[in-house]
Design a protein around this ligand. Sequence first.
Ligand code: TXA
Ligand code: MG
Length: 322
Amino acid sequence: MKTQIGTNISLACQLLEQGEVVAIPTETVYGLAANALNQDAVLKIFKAKNRPHFNPLIIHLADWKDAGSYTAAVPDMANQLARHFSPGPITFLLPKKEIIPDLVTAGSPKVAVRIPAHPLTLQLLRLTGFPLAAPSANPFGYVSPTSASHVWEGLAGKIPYILDGGTCQVGLESTIVDFDGEEIIIRRQGGVSVEDIQRVAGRRVSLQTETEDHPVAPGLLKSHYATQTPLYLGDVQTYLQEFSGKKICVIDFGPSDWQQQGAVVFNLSEAADMDEAAKNLFRYMREADHCGADVIIARLLPGEGLGNAINDRLRRARHDMK
Ligand code: TXA
Ligand code: MG
């Protein structure tokens, strides 16, 4: 299949109406979209990504007001959080209506709903009129794409069109929020920090992101976001000694001078700015993977704000998780 890249929204819409898949830009990462109400179209997503069917998909809507068409009984707290954060990097798990195929939710009675904050994709969603099911547009298990060329690297030849919306401004996937009675549960840390959710909710949330054999959010499989080059996470100086003689690449944060010791350095943010680091993370993981190094060494960021979500991705990418 020939893959095209462009900014033609009506072509993207036409392909989606025909039951095809299209890669779409969002503020978090690029998604691989299909009509969420069309099972055959949704199956093509799983096939292109080589993604296991037990892993459910987020549906994307143009407007929070549309959520009621696909979900039953939206908790007040979901409305309150959506008023603040949607469109934006937050996803809500809500009881699904019949119209959403079981394939989309992998049999779960809840569907994941998100309003992406990207002008091209919002325009596309208004044109299609149906929700778009979309996981991140990477082959299963690899680093998420934050540009059209990242999507191309992983999926060229497997999908007809990549809608090019530039570089993703947030760079980390959405935060997934679940509700159990009055309880707010974070299933995946992401582009909206836990602290910000707690501030708007006016109460503490619980974090239930660790996963075992049957993960609640199966994207949280322990090994995920993995580079092909082995990635080690911890004290950089110690690893530099352990791997001396090898070609080493360091993913760092804040002031750093590992170049002096012969390493290739990708600095997520020299100014130690968390937003900048989030935006650069997946691009630098890819570049580190392609720079010819034998090993990648990364260190954890301070455990506050988006630092926690970044650390989560690094932990899942580490070599000894495989
Ligand atoms: O920012 C994002 O969320 C991006 C963009 C494209 O919207 N999407 C994304 O999709 O990261 P994906 O499929 O790579 O990750 C979605 C996560 C997975 O861990 C999946 O298991 C979980 O959401 N998920 C989806 N539907 C669910 C459901 N009904 N119940 C529990 N977890 C669900
Ligand atoms: Mg993903």
